[in-house]
Design a protein around this ligand. Structure first.
Ligand SMILES: Cc1ncc(COP(=O)(O)O)c(C=O)c1O
Length: 339
């Protein structure tokens, strides 16, 4: 199957597996895994943050960030398409006793103007607005990314109201590839960052929370409490490090392929797509006739996997294990088909 369902479906390459087997390891619950320790420091330095914590998933990373930034009864401002709001099983309510205030942004992005409308007065009876959470790139928002100016305005707003800024950077690598923004910039605007190695970068497991030393100390304890304290994780950190070194530079190609695919979709009257909203490796498009499910079944019969993103909407996601030949095959089917 040519698997465009997600950029999480990649398999470790032989070279990545070799790097994993060669990793020096230790017990990370005792903070004795040299590969994990070095990788946490490397990522923290790269993003201009004090410290890092390797965790099993982007969900745990986001939730740890929320946990250390909030107290029960606090509120988080986020776009209504945000992963934290839609796809984390209501964890912020369950694990941190906070509520989410979703806003109607564009392509999953908040603006400072919009976020400012949700900041509440500091009365006893109001939930306390505590965090502005942004996603970069946006998943449900179709891979859109923030400019420096947009993030600086959000930082200024957070400072003016004594709020924290959390950045869900599951696909920060795609954002940096397309925007050219250097990683340290994100550390200068965000209080906590979550980055993932198991999306387009192609590691089998792993995300990292980046924050101040004191927030990481708190999060280390919560990670253990939530069952995320792991032992010889140098194996996984080595895979993640390999992914940063060797697969990060491949993202540019994924974005080019996504655009070529989107062009083919635009040429077939059976589909509707806004080409201007193809930003990175994610392509969202609508079917004109019938349902997304019917069209997905047709693609599946032809050996192509995609996912529904609404009754008429389909998402295709590009990653380095979909090459040019695969793309040509997909385009042939898209172009030669009447629905
Ligand atoms: C934007 C975003 N944040 C967080 C996550 C959560 O990552 P995980 O699946 O590793 O929990 C995802 C997963 O796709 C995501 O797209």
């Amino acid at each position: 199957m040519i698997d465009l369902r997600s950029d999480t479906v990649t398999r470790p390459t032989p070279e990545m597996l070799k790097a994993m087997t060669e990793a020096e390891v230790g017990d990370d619950v005792f903070a004795e895994d040299p590969t994990a320790n070095a990788f946490e420091q490397k990522m923290a330095k790269m993003f201009g943050m004090e410290a890092g914590l390797f965790v099993p998933s982007g969900t745990m990373s986001n939730q740890l960030c929320i946990n250390v930034l909030t107290s029960p009864g606090d509120e988080i401002i986020i776009d209504k398409l945000g992963h934290v709001f839609n796809y984390e099983s209501g964890a912020a309510a369950h694990l941190s006793s906070v509520q989410i205030h979703p806003l109607n942004g564009v392509n999953g992005k908040l603006t400072a103007e919009l976020a400012s409308t949700a900041i509440r007065p500091k009365n006893d009876w109001d939930p306390h607005t505590r965090v502005i959470a942004v996603e970069n790139t946006t998943n449900k928002g179709g891979g859109a990314f923030y400019t420096k100016e947009e993030l600086l305005k959000l930082r200024k707003l957070a400072d003016a109201h004594d709020l924290y800024l959390h950045l869900d950077g599951a696909r920060i690598w795609n954002a940096m590839t397309e925007s050219g923004i250097e990683p340290e910039f994100f550390g200068s605007v965000a209080d906590t960052i979550s980055i993932c190695f198991s999306k387009g970068l192609g590691a089998p497991v792993g995300s990292m929370m980046l924050a101040s030393k004191s927030h990481i100390k708190q999060a280390r304890r919560m990670r253990k409490m939530w069952g995320g304290g792991m032992r010889q994780i140098g194996l996984l950190a080595a895979a993640a490090d390999f992914a940063v070194e060797h697969h990060y530079p491949l993202l540019k190609k994924d974005h080019e392929r996504a655009k070529r695919f989107a062009d083919a979709i635009a040429k077939n009257d059976a589909f509707k797509i806004d080409l201007a909203s193809v930003y990175t490796n994610i392509v969202l498009f609508d079917v004109v006739n019938g349902s997304a499910e019917d069209t997905l079944a047709f693609f599946a019969e032809n050996g192509i996997g995609m996912v529904p993103f609404g009754p008429k909407t389909i998402r295709a996601t590009f990653h380095f294990q979909v090459g040019d030949n695969d793309l040509e095959e997909v385009i042939d089917i898209v172009e030669s088909t009447e629905f």
